[in-house]
Design a protein around this ligand. Structure first.
Ligand SMILES: [Zn+2]
Length: 840
């Protein structure tokens, strides 16, 4: 009975507390008045903030209504997510500022231009603050707090708010990940009980795979600020570069048993290109958060977790752009209230903390305005000084055989407002030839010189050996491009103001055959379109020359005779395909070549591929999403997502290829029973990362591994996490040597290829040399961190193997060839595995 009344008491107090926490008075400062003509969130949403998780459509409705009601707010749609949701941005400032907003913006940008910045009087200039919420959709307290924040900024009255709005332009991005927020709101709302249940075992706290953290293609968008491959990031980086904010906040949630974190993070892990002053200002801003959280009694911590190393995160990208990025992490209620080691965390409590630090950020902005504006001006003046002293005056990159990849890198630079030029003439550096039409030159002495360094430099020495995220991302390596540093600017031609993709060469009609070299990034898209039309195509296993052109390994041959289409229709279809993919297809008059003739058996038939991929619980949704995105967005190829939960009841015989992305499960008997006979009957099974181990454990492929044994010597208990962390390979770039004649390497014009590695699986090379077409070199580290013992073992091991099993093939990659959609350089390896497996 005693126990019963205790439960009842606990329940009642949680219930009452939860009721109070839903009131506006729980969140908003109570020492001021609020304009009654501004609609409250409840009046538009139909529920109080924190009672339900706001869905994105309701959030949009509220923000649009607010913008209509308040002269302090304008709203814009900057594009759409993959699922068609608008990407909103609210500009919030005093109405007088709105009348003059373009001038304010242009003037603010002048602070970043050394030639103008000295003439500016910063005392009269507003500070620009970008507040960004819930880039991880299932960390929803931020997006829900944005409702209260927007309401507060629209409706609060009095001298203090007037002063804030006169001196600040606030860019409010209420949800950085609309698709993920919607997915999560649906989950948590549909599982909410009327009698709030805080038992962490409840379904409310256990989202179905893949969860709401990511976007439509399951990308972690808080890694995409630098690669900008996703529509959400493109919109926000464009806003960033348009405004160059002085402070940017990034509101997250962490594990439920944690309290609250605000930056600065771990000091020894700050990127060396970030000025010391950046961290000092971050600390000073932190004092405002501490004071505000102390006042409401919320616990917090700083400096011992999270870092400012990888510039692709929202809280670090501003640091290389003259601003201050601030990460906030709130212990998550995940649902509406959850029991934790710190007691019950309610959703409104989490929302209040987020709201509170958004306000303390604005308080800091108001108080530190002149200091932060000066910091921005000095950042660019110092960058200019450093760039003038730099012996490297420009960087050239390009690819004679593949215009698309260079174009996509140029596109990224363009989004970051990095100025690029055409070379004036063809030239060569260190034996590498750069063709005028396929190359780009980036002068280093320009406004965003530090950002250029952050994208192009190779770092292999570090003060700390722990990283919150990847340690290497050197762009020309990720794109597998030719590049070189230039000591002069003599070859710099015109600025590229209108970046345009290179079209392929015009296709001329042939009555004999067509040839397509395999180097261009988009050739798999073209081949897929060709095979979808029922056109017969072959792949050449050897090099040859014809009519004055050299054709490399893997050239695609389309004979004119014996097709379902007549000569004219075939030409029309191929012409369209070449145009749509911006690639070159060449019509030839004869089959007599220097090398293999076009009728040779060394041209092998390629059949249309029907590809499936395992998804669902246990599979890494990141890795699966990258593959889905690659097929669907880049190559317009179907890939069937087969969920493990229903795999046993599906007929898989119609698939030619099945991909198993990285997975976390131990061996799953159902998958094995289904896949093994399918491979033995001729299927091609491709496994990545942990799937490699799973396949070899289950005897689908015979592999031997090299292992590293590092013993703790003189390591104290306190040091144990650092010790084990230093042995991780968090993500770095390594050099491999290619056997270009092997079909896995078709389309690669050079015999070296940088690969991205995040695993400690080291496969020993096969004893037969030609079975090791991709092998780490003897000195493989190109960029990023790896411990010495790991590096020793990595040398001369292999990231790829293919072996027969019955009539089929098992193909394994220990490295992620599709990393975060910006590793264009290794995307073709997967396509080669799909199309040419039967020739391996
Ligand atoms: Zn997060």
């Amino acid at each position: 009975m005693k126990c019963y009344s205790l439960i009842l008491f606990t329940f009642l107090s949680v219930f009452l507390q939860a009721q109070n926490q839903l009131e506006l008075s729980y969140h908003l400062p109570q020492n001021l008045t609020y304009n009654a003509s501004i609609p409250t969130p409840e009046s538009i949403l139909g529920h109080k903030v924190g009672k339900w998780h706001v869905t994105h459509d309701k959030l949009v409705l509220y923000m649009k209504t607010l913008a209509k009601s308040s002269p302090r707010i304008t709203i814009e749609e900057r594009g759409k997510t993959f699922e068609g949701r608008p990407l909103l941005l609210l500009t919030i400032t005093a109405s007088e500022n709105h009348d003059n907003i373009e001038n304010i913006r242009v003037n603010h940008l002048k602070l970043t231009e050394w030639s103008h910045s000295d003439q500016l009087d910063v005392t009269s200039m507003p500070l620009v603050v970008y507040l960004g919420f819930s880039i991880h959709g299932n960390e929803a307290s931020g997006a829900n707090a944005s409702l209260l924040l927007a309401y507060y900024l629209a409706s609060a009255e009095g001298a203090e708010i007037e002063a804030l709005l006169s001196n600040t332009v606030i860019l409010l991005d209420p949800t950085l990940n609309p698709d993920g927020l919607q997915r999560f709101a649906y989950w948590t709302n549909t599982n909410k009980s009327n009698t709030i249940n805080s038992d962490p075992n409840d379904r409310e706290f256990h989202e179905v795979w893949p969860g709401g953290r990511t976007n439509h293609y399951w990308f972690d968008m808080n890694r995409d600020w630098l690669p900008v491959q996703l529509p959400e990031s493109k919109a926000r980086v464009e806003s960033f570069q348009k405004w160059m904010p002085n402070i940017l906040t990034d509101h997250h949630e962490m594990g439920s048993n944690s309290t609250f974190f605000f930056q600065p993070g771990v000091q020894s892990r700050v990127h060396h290109l970030t000025p010391k002053m950046n961290q000092e200002l971050t600390k000073e801003i932190g004092n405002y958060h501490a004071k505000a959280l102390d006042k409401i009694g919320s616990l917090y911590f700083t400096e011992e977790r999270f870092d400012d190393f990888y510039y692709g995160k929202g809280s670090t990208y501003p640091d290389i752009n003259g601003g201050i990025g601030i990460l906030f992490e709130q212990g998550s209620s995940r649902g509406h209230a959850q029991k934790t080691v710190n007691g019950i965390i309610t959703f409104p409590f989490a929302i209040r903390n987020q709201f509170t630090v958004a306000l303390s950020t604005l308080e800091a902005a108001k108080e530190m305005r002149i200091k932060l504006l000066n910091y921005q001006r000095d950042f660019y003046k110092n960058a200019k000084k450093e760039a003038s002293r730099d012996p490297i005056k420009a960087i050239v990159f390009g690819d004679a055989k593949d215009a698309a990849k260079s174009f996509h890198l140029a596109e990224i630079l363009n989004t970051h407002k990095i100025v690029i030029h055409k070379p004036t003439f063809d030239f060569s550096v260190n034996g590498i030839n750069f063709k005028k039409e396929n190359s780009f030159i980036v002068p280093t002495n320009q406004k965003n010189s530090k950002l250029i360094k952050a994208m192009f430099e190779k770092q292999t020495k570090f003060a700390d050996s722990l990283f919150y995220d990847i340690s290497g991302w050197t762009y020309p390596l990720a794109f597998n491009l030719d590049y070189a540093e230039l000591k002069t600017t003599s070859n710099i031609g015109n600025i590229i103001s209108d970046l345009e993709v290179n079209k392929g060469k015009e296709l001329f009609k042939s009555s004999y055959a067509y040839l397509m070299e395999w180097h261009d990034y988009y050739t798999p898209k073209a081949l897929n379109a060709i095979l979808n039309k029922g056109i017969k195509a072959k792949v050449g296993m050897k090099q040859f020359s014809l009519e004055g052109n050299d054709y490399d390994y893997g050239t695609i041959l389309i004979p004119v005779q014996n097709q379902n289409l007549n000569e004219n229709d075939l030409y029309d279809v191929l012409h369209n395909i070449a145009t749509n993919s911006n690639i070159t297809i060449t019509g030839v008059k004869t089959g007599l070549t220097k090398g293999i003739d076009l009728g040779s058996n060394q041209f092998k038939n390629i059949s249309k591929q029907r590809v499936a991929m395992l998804v669902g619980r246990g599979i890494s949704s990141y890795d699966a999403g990258e593959i889905w995105h690659l097929f669907d967005q880049r190559y317009e190829m179907n890939i069937t997502k087969l969920d493990i939960s229903y795999l046993s009841s599906v007929d898989i015989s119609k698939y030619t290829t099945i991909i198993i992305p990285n997975l976390s499960t131990r061996s799953n008997a159902t998958i094995l029973k289904k896949l093994k006979p399918w491979v033995q009957n001729g299927g091609v099974l491709i496994g990545y990362k942990n799937a490699v181990k799973w396949l070899s454990n289950n005897k689908l492929i015979d592999l031997k591994y090299a292992t590293v044994n590092v013993k703790a010597n003189n390591i104290s208990f306190e040091q144990k996490d650092n010790f084990s962390g230093a042995q991780k390979i968090g993500g770095a770039i390594f050099e491999t040597r290619l056997d270009r004649s092997h079909p896995i390497n078709f389309g690669y014009a050079r015999n070296k290829l940088p690969m991205f590695r995040q695993t400690k699986l080291f496969i020993k090379p096969d004893s037969i040399s030609y079975n090791n077409p991709i092998k780490y070199t003897n000195n493989p580290l190109l960029s990023g961190y790896i411990s010495k013992p790991n590096l020793e073992v990595l040398k001369n091991t292999v990231p790829f193997q293919v072996k027969r099993l019955g009539k089929g093939r098992v193909i394994v990659f220990t490295d992620n060839t599709n990393f975060r959609a910006f590793w264009y350089g290794t995307n073709k390896l997967l396509m080669n595995a799909v199309y040419f497996a039967k020739e391996m």
